[in-house]
Design a protein around this ligand. Structure first.
Ligand code: ATP
Ligand code: MG
Length: 584
């Protein structure tokens, strides 16, 4: 329960507005309630005694109260809009801020489409529900109770008709609402399916087209949309019954009140004015009852959204800064001591098993191995993208968990296997590496990454606009910009995870030569599928099924390691077409 209330804590600076809003509504209700009494008095005393003065003064009073009610209503509307829009802004900000602290392991838990839905649709649901609660949750019950008290005060016999009507209506509406909310809940579960289908399809539209999967995708979407249609229809059909049930009840009540009231007027126990007031209260009470039932629907509809938002806000980052973090990375030496690593705690087999490794500062180390042999997993531990399950990883002689995360990540620059560029100019993208880098420094980094040659040929050169996800540059160009971006950090350790796979062999060689000449003191870890990308490294790690199969200089490996020799021979053309994967 407290988890469900946690999104409300995000009201913060809007708390006062949210409390004041129902008070304005109470003001409006009181004004609304006084008017029927005054109306009754005009009829009984003004018209009955033909007293124009009384009619005029009471009329003016009624106008004043109506205007006051209008003012209260407007203020109520304004404050509730402000509070609900503010809540939605704060919720989005809180979620966004927390997502930024997520470790890779946290991100693995939520799907991207799930996070987007939570940030958009779910927040909108809460905003609407909160607005409704602010406007009606106090107003409707209050108006019902006050009208009921006044009705009993005017005439207890007639007022008891209301009480019976309210009881009967509550039973009918309650039953309708229970089934309706059940369907609405199902609708929201199915929204997730729909969003997943849309997001997957839109973000991978090129792949869909390349594989001519439009029909399949259309069917998938049609099914998801059809499911929602069916559930909505069932829910709305039940909601649609509420209107006629209400109208019938109101009409029956009016009929009864008029019948009994007419008899009472004739017998002199009720005045015409009182009857008019009673009829107005009848409408008031039954309408309020309808509002209460709508609040009930709205709250159940938003419950799922509240739960989903609370999950994101309350998710604790699995990576935290230590209490007294080390703020300086001495050098680029790396050591793995008895490291085991699994992505999930409950996994039976760890992805990395008993890794012991020592890399000197400034060394260049190649990493090769079959796909899925855990090369990326190994290097991701160095900049703490994930934390080890057991054992330890040290950089510059200090456990990576003892560093300030920002310091560590600035010194350990990773070009991830799945890299991204962001919308903005090439310079904007490069400056992710170093926001204060001068244009000359950016150009220098691009020269090292062999990116300058194609950037210079672009119409606006370094100011060329990159589309979202880097869709207007080729795979190899994107990789080279990403390498330049990583170089701008001037790191002590540079990790390239298959970062030149789309770059031609000659350019790949040029990039490696530039690294050796220009950043000789930086430790370089190069994951590659091509032997040529790693054969000039000081040493090479051969990964095999989550373990280090061998670690040595290229010459040593050529002599003693069968896997390396086979790959070497296959890729340099001196053997049949052996491949990493064939070893598995
Ligand atoms: N985020 C993740 N969550 C769960 N398991 C994962 C995750 N990433 C990778 N794995 C698993 O860990 C194992 C090692 O994956 P890893 O990406 O480290 O291999 P790799 O050697 O880099 O492969 P490739 O050459 O294809 O890049 C694989 O079996 C993979 O299924
Ligand atoms: Mg990989």
């Amino acid at each position: 329960m407290s988890e469900l209330l946690s999104p409300l804590a995000q009201l913060k600076e809007f708390k006062k507005t949210a409390i004041v809003s129902p008070l304005w509504m109470i003001g409006e209700v009181i004004c609304e309630m006084i008017i029927p009494i005054l109306m009754g008095k005009i009829v009984d005393e003004g018209i009955g005694n033909k007293d124009m003065g009384y009619i005029a003064s009471t009329g003016i009073l009624m106008l004043g109260i109506a205007l006051l009610g209008l003012f209260c209503g407007c203020m109520g509307g304004l404050t509730r809009s402000k509070a609900s829009a503010g809540l939605s802004r704060n919720l989005r900000k809180a979620m966004h801020d927390n997502i930024q602290t997520f470790s890779f392991a946290n991100i693995d838990k939520f799907s991207t489409s799930g996070l987007v839905t939570r940030l958009t649709t779910d927040v909108s649901n809460i905003q609407n529900a909160f607005m409704m609660v602010l406007s009606m949750a106090v107003r409707a019950p209050m108006s019902m109770i006050v009208a009921m008290i006044l009705a009993f005060y005017l005439n207890a016999r007639i007022a008891s008709i209301y009480l019976i009507a309210v009881i009967i209506l509550s039973i009918i509406m309650g039953t309708l609402m229970i089934t309706t909310t059940r369907y609405f809940k199902k609708v929201f579960e199915r929204y997730d399916q729909l969003n997943e289908s849309v997001q997957e399809n839109v973000s991978a539209i090129r792949v869909v087209k390349a594989y001519v999967r439009e029909d399949y995708e259309n069917n998938k979407f049609k099914k998801a949309a059809g499911n929602i249609y069916e559930m909505f229809l069932k829910a709305e059909m039940r909601l649609a019954c509420i209107g006629p049930v209400m109208t019938t009840t109101i009409n029956v009540c009016i009929l009864l009140i008029s019948w009994i009231g007419a008899h009472m007027i004739v017998s002199g126990s009720l005045t015409t004015g009182q009857l008019m007031s009673l009829l107005a209260y009848c409408m008031n009470i039954l309408m309020s009852l309808m509002m209460v039932s709508m609040i009930f629907v709205m709250l159940t509809m938003s419950e799922a959204s509240v739960r989903r938002i609370a999950e994101v806000i309350n998710e604790k980052s699995l990576l935290t800064n230590p209490e007294n973090p080390v703020m300086d990375v001495k050098d680029g030496a790396i050591e793995f001591k008895n490291v085991d690593f699994a992505y999930k705690k409950e996994a039976k087999e760890p992805v990395l098993k008993n890794i012991n490794l020592s890399i000197k500062s400034g060394e260049s180390v190649g990493i090769i191995g079959a796909t899925g042999s855990a090369k990326s997993s190994l290097v991701n531990l160095i900049s703490r993208l994930y934390d080890v399950t057991s054992g330890s990883v040290t950089v510059g002689g200090v456990d990576v968990r003892d560093y300030d995360i920002e310091t560590l990540r600035n010194q350990v620059s990773v070009v991830l296997q799945k890299n991204e560029l962001f919308s903005g100019t090439i310079l904007d993208n490069l400056r992710w590496g170093d926001p204060n880098a001068t244009q000359e420094e950016c150009i220098r980094a691009c020269q090292m990454a062999c990116a300058d040659e194609f950037i210079e040929r672009m119409p606006e050169r370094y100011n060329t606009h990159i589309e979202q996800g880097g869709s207007n540059v080729s795979g190899g160009q994107k990789q080279r910009i990403c390498i330049a971006r990583a170089l701008l950090k001037k790191p002590k350790i540079l990790i390239l995870d298959d970062s030149t796979s789309a770059v031609d062999t000659a350019t790949d060689a040029k990039i490696r030569k530039a690294f050796n000449d220009e950043i000789p003191n930086t430790t370089k870890l190069i994951i590659a599928q091509r032997i040529s990308s790693v054969e000039n490294c000081d040493r090479i790690i051969i990964m095999d099924n989550g373990q280090i199969n061998d670690f040595g200089t290229p010459n040593e490996l050529l002599e003693r390691n069968e896997i390396y020799r086979e790959i070497y021979e296959s890729q340099t053309g001196s053997s049949a077409d052996a491949d990493f994967d064939e070893k598995n």
